[in-house]
Ligand binder design. Sequence first.
Ligand SMILES: Cc1ncc(COP(=O)(O)O)c(C=O)c1O
Length: 305
Amino acid sequence: MEGTGKIWMNGRLVPFGSARVHVLTHALHYASAVFEGLRCYRTPRGPAVFRLGEHVRRLARSAKMYSMEIPYTEAQISAAILKTVRASGLDECYIRPLAYRGHGWMGLTPTKNPVDLAIACWRWTAGESRAGRGAAGIRCKVSSWARIDARAQPMKAKAASNYANAALARVEALEDGYDEAIMLGPDGAVAEGGAENIFVVRDGEISTPPLSSGILEGITRDSVVQIVEADGGRVAESAIMREDLYVADEVFMTGTAAEVKAVASVDRARVGSGRAGPVTRALRRAYMDAATGRDERFSEWLTPV
Ligand SMILES: Cc1ncc(COP(=O)(O)O)c(C=O)c1O
């Protein structure tokens, strides 16, 4: 990755190359970290962060679920995010705030360590991968790894520990020649992708797994739902089974990094035409219009940098 600008660490902007942590940082050993992923887009009114308030609120809630007291208010975190973007000089970037247990005490109990906060940003137009950004769509594999049971850990938290599971699924998918994994929940229903929520279109109906299925409460997911509703449609929240993916007219994934990505095939079964379908294309366009300030109806989602 391209190291640009400065990284905000506990209130100080430090040069990209000097943003270091101690090797005994608790989070490195016990995954005691929660984080966010946001994007700043170039808009007609200058660079703006998309749904800043919602991302910072989710960070605060993720921290609360893990008894982490971030020593900054949501307003202070929002201001620090804007400051970090400004200091980078970038007019479009991905932003990664990370709250983590630092060092001082070693052992499982996280609460004996301070909660540190870091905010980095970088140019990341492609997000996790270039695959699926065009009409071609991504090839997905239903993972042999089940998504973590929400009775085992809070899956609504965007916690580092969730990503050990997602990374196993991602690596398996890549090694088997796919672009991304789709994970089933402990009940066998479709949960989410490695770093995306999932939607299915069939006979004109758009559906997505309910939040009760142990998935991340995706902000892109919510944006897509709100866009569909603003245009007079609706998205059903209902259980999606593996076989529903095979016979769908369209499947697409949403996420801050991925934006709106078409799924071309699942387990080598072609989805619809095998290319981005009309609903996916329309929603991708509508989402990008909202995120880049071209759709005034959603201008309150943008915070100028
Ligand atoms: C596991 C998982 N699900 C869903 C999403 C999508 O969430 P959002 O749209 O808020 O980026 C992400 C990305 O952050 C993710 O990591």
